[in-house]
Write a protein that binds this ligand. Structure first.
Ligand code: EPZ
Length: 419
């Protein structure tokens, strides 16, 4: 299993380009199952989760032609697609549950594996199932699979999500595109990746309109041939901005619309970073002394994203004073705390609140990755640690960060990947 070796502390300086968004690519690729005609998706990040989704589409019968740089996929579906999404594929990537909506909407049947939990939580899919059921899907759970079918075309209806859920919103929007009549979804998640999904579907002839957290979809009979370029990854951009704030960096982030991470930029300015922006660039200069922020709470968009919680915690360890971070989205997303403590962090956890002492002197150590975002937090901590750190099981990182060691090397980080 690959690992990283990082010799800290490192200064961060230079330019970085942001890859396509993993969490926009996954629902968009799943939604291609709605299409009869060829569809081209560009700016895909070259990360493991995208390969998993492409393999899942292939297993369902899609023909996929990848460009040489693997960032563009032309997807051609057959008339009679398979509708079996196997556990062997789904268990490696929970986002696979997003094929359920399009399969039931287009092919009126599906045997899709339940995704199962992961380290950050149980990750149930009850809101996905309840919403698709209201659209006309009948299902039973058997041997870890969702055996689903519908009596022909789904029927548009009104759905009010009991809780805001990114995946349930995406699955329902995709399914409603080909349903008969109008669907109104209330209390939707409104993450930028979901807007990217609906921009893609509307470009292919879907009829989707937003008003706040309400999404209205008028069903159509089919979608047109189209091509679409996926938005850049806001979590990657946020991670690099945090790195610059952490390591007294002087960083330029290219091909990224700063408005998407407006909340994060405001918070990083409170930590002391100087940030200037243009239409598609961010210039960030990290402070000599990182100010502490009393409490940060993760929330659904437009709040502070849970996917930056671990990275922000590293920043708080180095801030000048005590602070706390509250994780409101997932029930067990503090897996990185034990590893940060190995580097010297003083953090106490009470329920979903982590109290951080600040002014930590990180000393390099042997570390273990646990989930995608916790792994990148360990990389950030190693960058500002004194001495050598080994970060094991970085396959977690490869799921969602495209060649991160190359990007980090180019901005001054002394990092190498050992096979
Ligand atoms: C998406 O996961 C992202 N994944 C996650 O990113 C992200 O952390 C999360 O949204 C929150 O922003 C992708 O987009 C592929 P939710 P998702 O449904 O859709 C509970 C990463 O690192 N819930 O908004 O699974 C759930 O347990 C990943 O890239 C139910 O109870 O998130 C959680 O506590 C990690 N029942 C909360 O809602 C359901 O049916 C929010 O989950 C669905 C969700």
């Amino acid at each position: 299993m690959d690992k990283f070796v990082i010799n800290g502390p490192c200064k961060i300086k230079g330019n970085v380009s942001i890859s396509g968004s993993k969490n926009a690519s996954l629902p968009i690729l799943a939604a291609t199952l709605l299409f009869d005609k060829p569809v081209v998706i560009k700016n895909l990040p070259r990360v493991r989760d995208i390969n998993t989704m492409l393999n899942l589409l292939k297993s369902l019968g899609s023909k996929i032609i990848l460009s040489r740089d693997k960032k563009t996929a032309k997807i051609i579906n057959k008339k009679n697609m398979k509708t079996f999404a196997s556990y062997s594929l789904v268990k490696t990537m929970r986002g696979s549950i997003l094929v359920l909506g399009p399969l039931i909407s287009k092919h009126h049947q599906s045997k899709t594996s339940l995704p199962g939990g992961c380290l950050i939580g149980a990750r149930p899919v009850n809101y996905h199932l309840e919403s698709l059921k209201k659209l006309g899907m009948e299902y039973e759970l058997k041997d870890g699979y969702i055996l689903a079918k519908s009596k022909g075309r789904l029927i548009g209806t009104n759905i009010n999500f009991p809780k805001i859920s990114v995946g349930a919103t995406e699955n329902s929007i995709i399914a409603a595109c080909l349903a008969k009549g109008k669907t109104i979804l209330k209390n939707c998640a409104i993450e930028p990746e979901i807007k990217d999904l609906t921009n893609f579907l509307n470009k292919a002839g879907a009829k989707i309109k937003w008003s706040g957290r309400t999404c209205k979809i008028i069903g159509v009979n089919s979608l047109n041939k189209t091509e679409y370029s996926v938005m850049p990854d806001r979590i990657e951009a946020g991670t690099f901005c945090i790195a610059a704030t952490l390591a007294k960096g002087n960083l330029q982030i290219n091909n990224f619309n700063p408005r998407i991470i407006d909340t994060e930029i405001k918070v990083l300015k409170k930590f002391g970073s100087k940030i200037k922006t243009t239409e598609n660039k961010i210039f960030i200069k990290g402070p000599q002394k990182i100010k502490s922020i009393k409490n940060i709470k993760t929330k659904e968009f437009p709040g502070i994203p849970t996917d930056l919680q671990a990275q922000l915690m590293v920043l708080m360890c180095k801030a000048d004073g005590k602070s706390s971070i509250t994780e409101n989205i997932f029930e067990n997303r503090f897996m990185h705390v034990a590893e940060l403590q190995r580097l010297g962090a003083e953090i106490n956890i009470k329920n979903n609140i982590a109290m951080i002492k600040g002014n930590t002197k990180f000393i390099g150590a042997e570390l273990m990755s646990s989930d995608l975002r916790a792994s990148v937090a360990l990389v950030l901590a190693a960058i500002v640690s004194n001495g050598k750190s080994h970060i094991n099981r970085i396959y977690h990182l490869d799921r969602g960060y495209e060649k991160i060691e190359n990007k980090l090397k180019k901005i001054g980080v002394k990092i190498k990947r050992l096979k």
